[in-house]
Design a protein around this ligand. Structure first.
Ligand SMILES: *Cc1c(COP(=O)(O)O)cnc(C)c1O
Ligand SMILES: [Zn+2]
Length: 372
């Protein structure tokens, strides 16, 4: 993966950095993206591989190499099914059917593959739970030491999942932002690799396979994609995937992308409705959707730009609707974590199927057993 054809690129000063450096930010302080690279999504380019690495020709891997072999846990092709069998136009994609029970495995598989290829011995990461569980599991599989920082409000079950994989769990008092600060400090110590789903753009590369799978399953893009947004892991992955499909001529316009925030913590929604290009932090007023409660998203401006590029919109999941939405999903057999119910709550509050003509896809990002 560390070939000359792939590299990081600073969003602020456009400087290029080699992929095989343990960096997470440019020297100027800017956030890193991956420099654009050619992708191939033809059937011929797809590998005989029972994992998302079947799309390796659209990921930053040199052809003929397979560095994921000792890392992948067979994460791939999650089910795409009607929410209600009598209403085939509203589909749910069961990304909770991933190895660690959330879609974060898409990004962690790619990022930990790179860490392993670089000979990293110790990974540091912070998350409100699912990204930590993913990175901990993939680090365990790759034989890399792992330290995960989580806010004190993290569900006990997510902490148990992280610890069970052998990672050192550091519970940080205070907010999600306090946790991020503690992880940043630890990441700065010698020998640590900051495997952040927020800062490291390789994570977003893995997440874009969500879009490839949709396209492959349907043979086209659905009219509307709902996307929960906190730090933008899924949203920025969706943007990359849609760009790739566009560049290859598979789609000629973007689907309607509806970004979802929780009512109790909605800085992106606030900035969007005020027409801003940067995101002002908001106080977290408390939300049942802990997984997307990001009061000061590091990639806020990039998230707003992505929504603008895609011609998308931002809606809010009413807090009062999240519990009932979780029950309604479970009543159809889909037992999701509370954060994931916010997406369905937002869909219903925005008018449901009647408000979104054509096919709508709601991602079910995390499993119910994570947050009883
Ligand atoms: C990570 C995650 C999201 C998306 O959150 P971001 O902060 O935007 O990455 C949504 N739902 C669940 C269950 C998650 O784990
Ligand atoms: Zn820079």
């Amino acid at each position: 993966m560390s070939g000359a054809e792939f590299g990081y690129q600073c969003r602020d000063c456009a400087r290029s950095l080699a992929l095989d450096q343990p960096v997470f930010r440019c020297g100027c302080g800017g956030l890193l993206d991956l420099a654009p690279f050619p992708v191939d999504l033809t059937a011929a380019a797809r590998l005989e591989e029972r994992s998302l690495f079947r799309y390796a020709a659209a990921l930053p891997f040199r052809a003929g190499t397979a560095p994921w072999r000792e890392v992948s846990m067979g994460e791939w092709l999650t089910p795409l099914v009607p929410l209600d069998p009598r209403r085939p136009e509203v589909l749910v994609k069961l990304d909770y059917a991933m190895p660690t029970l959330s879609f974060k495995d898409r990004g962690a598989a790619v990022l930990v593959t790179q860490a392993k290829a670089m000979g990293v011995r110790r990974i540091v990461q912070d998350s409100s739970g699912n990204a930590g569980a993913s990175v901990a599991a993939y680090a365990a599989r790759a034989g890399i030491g792992c330290e995960i920082y989580v806010p004190e409000a993290t569900s006990a079950r997510k902490i148990a999942q992280i610890a069970a994989c052998g990672a050192a769990v550091k519970v940080v008092p205070g907010s999600r932002e306090d946790t991020a600060a503690a992880a940043l400090e630890a990441a700065g110590r010698p020998g640590a690799f900051y495997a952040s789903h927020v800062y490291n753009p390789l994570f977003h590369q893995g997440v874009k396979t969500y879009v490839f799978e949709l396209f492959e399953a349907l043979g086209r893009m659905p009219e509307t994609l709902f996307v929960p947004v906190g730090n933008g892991t899924l949203l920025l992955g969706v943007q990359l995937g849609l760009r790739d499909l566009g560049a290859l001529g598979h789609i000629h316009r973007f689907p309607r992308v509806v970004a979802v925030q929780a009512e109790g913590c909605a800085p992106i929604h606030q900035a969007w409705t005020r027409g801003k290009v940067v995101v002002e932090p908001v106080p977290n007023e408390g939300t049942a959707a802990e997984g997307i409660a990001i009061a000061a998203p590091a990639r806020g401006a990039q998230i707003l730009a992505a929504i603008r590029e895609l011609g998308g919109e931002v809606v809010v999941a009413p807090e009062a609707g999240i519990g009932p939405a979780k029950e309604a999903l479970a009543a159809r057999g889909f037992f999701v974590e509370t954060t994931t119910a916010a997406t369905y709550s937002a869909f219903l509050a925005a008018g449901g199927a009647a408000a979104f003509p054509g096919t709508v896809v709601l991602p079910l990002c995390g499993a119910g057993l994570k947050s009883l």
